[in-house]
Design a protein around this ligand. Sequence first.
Ligand code: ZN
Length: 266
Amino acid sequence: MLIDVHFHAFAEKIAHRAMEKLAATCGVPPLTDGTLTEALARFDEWGVDKAVLLPIATKPSQQTVVNNWAASADGERVIAFGSVHPDAEDLFDELLRIKALGLHGIKLHPEYQSFFIGEQRLEPMFSAMEELGLPVTVHAGLDPISPDVTYCMPEPAAAMIKRHPRLKIILAHMGGNEYWEQSLEHICGLDGEVYLDTAYSYDLPDELFVKMIRKHGADRILFASDCPWQSAEKMFRKIDALPLTDSEKERIFSANAVSLLGISVR
Ligand SMILES: [Zn+2]
């Protein structure tokens, strides 16, 4: 079984426009047209059984519509997270609504939501997320939309996590895209429900990859592609070729996600 805990898709109406814009800023050719339909077609080709949809409310006013759409996309194969915007006045109500809608977690993206991970003003939000008990996926490390400033760096991320020891957090991109050495130093081995996803980590050197997995523990690493920006099949082959035990791989490819997200497997 293969579970991909990090992919993006958009509502049919806005998918094409959103993808054009994103592809232009990222400079990476997308592997889908941005729709859920095409993402599912890729998952069939790549052998992905279930995948976690990560929407992003890029403006406070988008929360409601984004989360309603996510709830409509949620199902047997698509495990949908919701999103809140840290600047939204109804942030705390929306967190409760996310839980009431049956969404499985929350996605934050510092670059698209203009916040630094260690900011004091975010403390009440992270405390509320701790109480809520839903896992929170945070984009970590470099994002091509902001080549000069990185909003979630490993060191301040580690400090925030230590202030919220009950927070279930998934730091994307192995804890810091392109800042993997710093993630190895500051993030790997942190106590608590701290998970790292492998999204967009194709360029992470194998030796460092294994070092990070061993230091953090294979039971807290989650397989992810970042579709449409990277192929899950390519990412699967890379991890499958790493010198890990079969049981470590099984945990990374599905078992960890099953227990974290409470997925029923028949
Ligand atoms: Zn992503």
